[in-house]
Design a protein around this ligand. Structure first.
Ligand code: NAD
Length: 294
């Protein structure tokens, strides 16, 4: 039996369509146009690509996009001064500083400087703490997208065994919090977990956020499980070109799983769509309006 493919591209397009409708409504009824500021420091080719797609999709959804580029020699104080300016700019509802930053800049200082109500990446300790304590928060986009994908397979995650491989602040930890809020029974596995395949075989929902190309093979997967692959790994391809693969060995896993998200075309498109949702939410909350029902 071959697994159902979870079409992240189509699900993300549908979500962006809903955002576009809500943005239109906000402009028409309240005269508010949400604005997202994206800050890029230096010239990292992968970051350039992400920032380019974020900008295009922001504009396509009817929001304003503000682009800030600093040289890779820019100091931390220059970046912090820009963030202060954006914190005070009423046209900017969301601020995203593209990571990774050059090594001479302390990312934690930068994240902590962003006004939490404009922190559309959901990385500020205030938002992380609010998520952990069950308060309304801006939630990191990638885990947010992973939960939406899982819910296209299971209407409710209640009582399901979920295993998250990875415990980073941007994916694994917030994903575990979100799944727990959905009443799943959550296990966080990581590089020190003993007998990882056996732990994973207990999962009805398996999330791979490791950063190791195709590490998760069929041996990690329970028959019929839902597998969400967060990994983005560049590996050598044909003719000297590189190609992108996930953390899951797709062909092997899809023979056993019930449903699986591919790479590319799974979690990746959801991350940007969720960034737009967060910007819309931030704009609504800052205007004292109820959160749009998306
Ligand atoms: P990270 O390096 O910060 O964290 C990786 C985690 O995997 C760690 O917690 C570590 O304990 C665990 N790990 C490492 N080796 C392991 C092993 N051998 N066995 C078990 N666990 C192991 O990475 P991250 O930022 O959380 O990203 C994870 C992956 O997701 C990467 O491939 C990244 O490119 C991808 N990613 C994708 C998106 C997207 O939009 N699709 C967004 C963010 C990250």
């Amino acid at each position: 039996m071959s697994a159902r493919i979870i079409d992240g591209k189509a699900i993300a397009a549908e979500l962006r369509g809903k955002v576009t409708m809500e943005v239109h409504r906000l402009r028409r009824d309240r005269g508010i146009v949400p604005g997202l500021a994206v800050v890029l420091v230096g010239a990292n080719p992968a970051s350039e690509v992400y920032v380019g797609s974020k900008k295009k999709m922001t504009v396509d959804s009817g929001m304003r996009s503000f682009d800030y580029r600093l040289a890779d020699t820019a100091g931390e104080s220059e970046l912090l001064a820009l963030i202060q300016r954006l914190n005070g700019d009423p046209d900017v509802n969301g601020i995203l500083v593209q990571l990774p930053l050059p090594a001479h800049i302390n990312s934690q200082n930068v994240i902590a400087a962003i006004d939490p109500s404009k922190d559309v990446d959901g990385f500020h300790p205030m938002n992380a703490g609010r998520l952990a304590t069950g308060l309304p928060a801006l939630v990191p986009c990638t885990p947010f997208g992973c939960v939406i994908l899982a819910k296209t397979v299971h209407a409710s995650l209640e009582g399901l065994n979920a295993v998250v491989i990875g415990r980073s602040n941007i994916v694994g930890k917030p994903l575990a919090q979100l799944l727990s809020a959905e009443n799943a029974t959550v296990t966080i596995a990581h590089s020190r977990t003993r007998d990882l395949p056996a732990v994973c075989r207990g999962a009805d929902l398996l999330f791979a956020a490791i950063g190791r190309a195709e590490m998760v093979n069929g041996d990690y997967i329970k028959q019929g499980a839902t597998v969400i692959d967060v990994g983005i790994n560049r590996v050598p391809g044909e003719g000297g070109k590189s190609r992108i693969v996930g953390d899951v060995m797709f062909a092997d896993a899809s023979a056993i799983a019930g449903a699986i998200s591919p790479v590319p075309g799974g979690v990746g498109p959801m991350t940007i769509a969720c960034l737009l949702v967060n910007t819309l939410r931030a704009a609504s909350a800052r205007a004292g309006l109820p959160l749009p029902a998306i």
